[in-house]
Design a protein around this ligand. Sequence first.
Ligand code: NAD
Ligand code: UDP
Length: 312
Amino acid sequence: MHLRKRVLVTGGAGFLGSFLCERLLKENCDVVCVDNFYTGTKRNIVHLLENPYFELIRHDITFPLYLEVDEIYNFACPASPIHYQNDPVQTTKVNVHGSINMLGLAKRTKSKILQASTSEVYGDPTVHPQTEDYWGNVNCVGIRSCYDEGKRCAETLFFDYYRQHKLNIRVIRIFNTYGPRMHPNDGRVVSNFILQALKNEDITVYGDGKQTRSFCYVDDMIEGVIRMMNSPEDLTGPVNLGNPEEYTILELAEKIIALTRSKSKIVFKPLPEDDPLQRKPNIDLAMDKLKWKPRTQLEAGLKETIDYFRTL
Ligand code: NAD
Ligand code: UDP
């Protein structure tokens, strides 16, 4: 008889996964972190290794995994365009084979399973802000498709396991999230701009910088993730989680220059293929069902993130 809830976090050595492991340990869970270190790093979880209730397994979830657990958070998947485009076939595999393996594990152990899906399932959205009932506008043969279609197929698998095998599933769609432990080299806009500003290098705005994103601080995101897993039985989702405050990329660049008191100049570079023009979550569902909304203002979250990048 075990007293602590045994929780598996796939991708637990990544940016979001490592904060999730920390939070679950604080809630007295027995945490198993599974990661193949494709984009994650031991540095993110080294401080947890001494904890007797934390266990690290180096494993690629595209291969089967046999464990006994009560809950699964499926976060394994490279998240930044540079990383997921580096080996696009593996990106589709982790979302399809990886999800099938984790769903099979959930079925055998009768555990609850949460999928970290993404706002990318909406593609370059024609509905703004994006609500969960919008089906999206996704290119299936572009350079982002391995991730977008992979994540869409993962959602399909989750809902088919729910309908066919009565699995207890949770699907969240995460919008751009930032904070300490973001990879310095993953090419994402927040990490790129902060590093460039700290080094007084040119800030590389892609396109005209009028495309928009909405940035959620990591602590707020983790709170939403936990609430979703603990929500009443019938809330399968999908549920959007993100910060609805929308900024143009140019506004973000200017904010980061001001906060770092940088001498950097803004330069314009070509817009990558299939780069969505706008993105902003409608979070009515999360506010209503999870009583959740982000609390961290962009400036406060950026300051924390800048402080982290200064230490690197
Ligand atoms: P991340 O790259 O830091 O973390 C992903 C982790 O998964 C890494 O530790 C990596 O090594 C691991 N991993 C990759 N392939 C694996 C495999 N085959 N087997 C085992 N482990 C594997 O990214 P993140 O930002 O922490 O994102 C975590 C999850 O959240 C991802 O599923 C991502 O798609 C989703 N998400 C993140 C964001 C965001 O803004 N950060 C937005 C939407 C969705
Ligand atoms: N971007 C930018 N300069 C950079 C990195 C990104 O202008 O150095 C832009 C990118 O083209 C996109 C936005 O910032 O429009 C967010 O990019 P990111 O890769 O962070 O996330 P995603 O496109 O997946 O939302």
